[in-house]
Design a protein around this ligand. Structure first.
Ligand code: P6P
Length: 334
């Protein structure tokens, strides 16, 4: 049998695990703590993917019968995904504090002031979970900060600007399970090969389109958007823009990362400060989008990553996506 020509072997097989270790090797003083945390995100999301795929078979769809700190109905899988993440991260020596959308208070795991460098991990365990019942895309979003050992308490260590993130990512449980990650030097994408049980590198150094005539917003709230957003929508609709909105931030942002466009969650009557959470939704997505060449703002002149948080569950308005498209929105708000 003819041996395939060189190009077949030119493309190395890289897994998320080998990518993490390669990234670690770039930092001589690395202790491996961050690598172990990213490894925990890998195994956790593989477990969540398996439960999500079997949700209807195992009758774990639907509401859990309780509400989360946001006053939102917890889905059964929200609780399951949250538990998986807490238990895997809890076993990683390098994790000082975890904070979840599903827990009112952060969980302090280790806090010895003289110990090794440790990290804080914040996450939304299953964002968009209300889409589960209709087999829509849902996802896990995470943000990793260095633990500030001088902080008086957990909140102080957690309340850092988005610019302080050392890593951010999401896993989209869609037609395939996709892990998108940045550790501050570009954005890489991995797809879970269920036959192998490994995340395989498929895109390295993603750069998003600078422009694309597409916007993503829940127009059902249009009447209560600030006037500038309404002016933008009139302008976009008069200039041939299309509208795409899934109602699951991970799915909507993933589309924009690859096809371009702009995602917005403006202030509304029901959510006057915006609906999305700064620390574990807007900040990680903003880091990814900026690392891929896009922009992310909370308001005109207010870059999301520069917002000084005051509460771990605080909400923010979001305008993020292709640089030119974000500029078009912002130009109508001022
Ligand atoms: P609405 C899902 O509940 C979520 O937190 C995000 O994933 C999504 O972008 C947004 O809320 C959708 O909110 O009000 O349009 O249903």
């Amino acid at each position: 049998m003819a041996v395939p020509s060189a190009p077949t072997f030119a493309r190395p097989i890289v897994t998320l695990q080998s990518h993490i270790l390669e990234q670690e090797s770039r930092f001589p003083d690395a202790t491996g703590a961050l690598s172990w945390i990213l490894s925990a995100m890998s195994i956790s999301t593989k477990m969540i993917a398996a439960r999500t795929r079997r949700a209807r078979l195992e009758d774990v769809l639907g509401v859990a019968g309780a509400q989360n700190v946001q006053g939102e109905e917890q889905q059964k899988l929200d609780v399951i995904a949250n538990e998986i993440l807490l238990r895997t991260l809890g076993g990683r020596e390098g994790v000082a504090i975890v904070a979840s959308e599903e827990n009112e208070e952060p969980v302090i795991l280790r806090d010895d002031p003289n110990g090794e460098r440790r990290y804080c991990v914040l996450f939304d365990p299953l964002d968009g979970s209300s889409n589960l019942d209709v087999c829509g895309g849902v996802g896990t979003i995470f943000s990793i900060l260095r633990h500030d050992r001088r902080a008086r308490d957990a909140h102080d260590s957690l309340l850092q600007k988005g610019t302080q993130q050392v890593a951010a990512g999401y896993v989209l449980y869609g037609s395939s399970t996709v892990f998108v990650l940045t550790v501050g030097n570009g954005v890489d994408m991995f797809v879970l090969d269920p036959e192998v049980g490994a995340y395989m590198l498929v895109e390295h150094g993603i750069r998003m389109p600078a422009a694309s005539k597409s916007y993503s917003v829940n127009e059902g709230n249009r009447h209560s958007f600030p006037e500038g957003y309404q002016r933008y929508l009139d302008w976009a609709q008069g200039n041939g823009y299309s509208s795409r909105y899934i109602g699951s931030m991970v799915a909507d942002v993933h589309r924009i990362l690859f096809k371009g466009g702009v995602f917005m969650y403006p202030p509304t009557a029901k959510a006057p400060k915006g609906k999305l959470r700064l620390m574990y939704e807007a900040n990680p997505m903003a880091m990814l989008i900026e690392q891929a060449g896009g922009k992310a703002f909370a308001a005109p002149g207010q870059r999301i990553l520069d917002v000084q948080p005051e509460d771990i569950h605080q909400r923010t308005a979001v305008i993020l996506g292709s640089a030119d498209e974000v500029d078009h929105v912002v130009s109508h708000l001022t």
